[in-house]
Ligand binder design. Structure first.
Ligand code: DGY
Length: 326
């Protein structure tokens, strides 16, 4: 029997790739960097399934280049802002994603960024490696306490709630902004709802957990930074464009806020001459919040499961555009 044709836009963990190869004739882009869009346009021609990553632009033109054969797009990520979901729905193509499996790993990482920023861990390491540690210093690298501080979560979905659980263990007070959760959840997590401005004014740490949409693009800009406390710390593990990078640079440079810890940037990757990289009070890592061995394997497996279901014409276990099923 002829296997369906599938293109995988990067080498993903074996757990997923093996499963994909078992059900499909799969071609994999072997490069470390994403395939250029022009290559993708050629590769999709006549495809049955596409396994994509958040670094691929999947738009209407690309879907049409498949020539009507494309039955499923399976993205190995929970976020799908790189995919034109409306265009996929119009063309009857279900789009799979990987919610849930990365929640705890991402919350672990967001909390690690919070701690690293608060206690200036990266600056401390740089200081030691630069040979500057000559004595114990009474005012050396003084940071911010985590216990007793107020954590403001913008977005209170799975990952935001994961942060709230961790914060409780550290004796923090938790606020959230965004759609309200049921009373039981809020009570269990000891989280109080605020509107955005109140949250920004009251919080010592502000952590972003919203998807990237038109409404959340540059949600954090000049006005918002001005509302924050001068000693406040911003954590972003959501999407880079949720923060206006020019406004963040100014806020950090002028001491409007104390520190930022970013897993995601605009653009990605951040150019090496970006002004944010010149700041000691800005910690930037390369979009690795979900990158634990176990979680990336689970994400790859889930992407393979979604793909398989789509190829068989079954409902995807995790579908980002459920309206495609009418
Ligand atoms: C996602 O899945 O959307 C994360 O940003 C990458 O793991």
């Amino acid at each position: 029997m002829v296997k369906p044709r599938v293109y995988v836009t990067r080498v993903i963990p074996d757990a997923g790739l093996e499963r994909i190869r078992a059900v499909a004739d799969a071609e994999v882009w072997e490069g470390d960097e994403p395939p250029p869009y022009e290559i993708l346009l050629e590769k999709v021609e006549g495809l049955d399934g596409l396994v994509s990553l958040l670094t691929d632009r999947i738009d209407a033109e690309l879907m049409d280049a498949a020539g009507g054969s494309l039955r499923v797009i399976s993205q190995m990520a929970v976020g799908t802002d790189n995919i034109d979901l409306a265009a996929a729905t119009e063309r009857g193509i279900p789009v799979g994603n990987t919610p849930g499996v990365l929640t705890e790993t991402t919350a672990d990482f967001a909390f690690s960024l919070l701690m690293a920023a608060a206690r200036r861990i990266v600056e401390g390491e740089r200081y030691v490696k630069a040979g500057k540690w000559v004595t114990w210093g009474p005012t050396l690298l003084m940071g911010h306490d985590i216990h007793g501080a107020t954590l403001g979560l913008i977005g209170f979905g799975r990952i935001g709630q994961g942060m709230a659980k961790r914060a409780r263990g550290f004796g923090m007070r938790v606020l959230y902004a965004g759609p309200s959760v049921d009373e039981g959840t809020a009570r269990e997590l000891h989280a109080e709802r605020r509107d955005l401005d109140e949250l920004l004014t009251e919080s010592d740490f502000v952590s972003l957990h919203v998807p990237l949409t038109e409404q959340t693009t540059h949600l954090m800009a000049d006005r918002e930074f001005k509302l924050m406390k001068p000693g406040a710390i911003l954590i972003n593990t959501a999407r880079g464009p949720v923060v206006d990078p020019g406004a963040l640079y100014r806020a950090l440079k002028e001491g409007e806020i104390a520190y930022a810890a970013l897993d995601v940037t605009e653009p990605e990757p951040i150019p090496v001459d970006d002004p944010l990289l010149t700041l000691d009070n800005c910690l930037i890592v390369p979009h690795i919040a979900s990158s634990s061995l176990a979680t990336r394997s689970r994400m790859a497996t889930m992407a393979a499961e979604n793909l398989e279901a789509g190829l068989k014409g079954e409902k995807l276990p995790h579908c980002a555009n459920p309206e495609v099923y009418g």
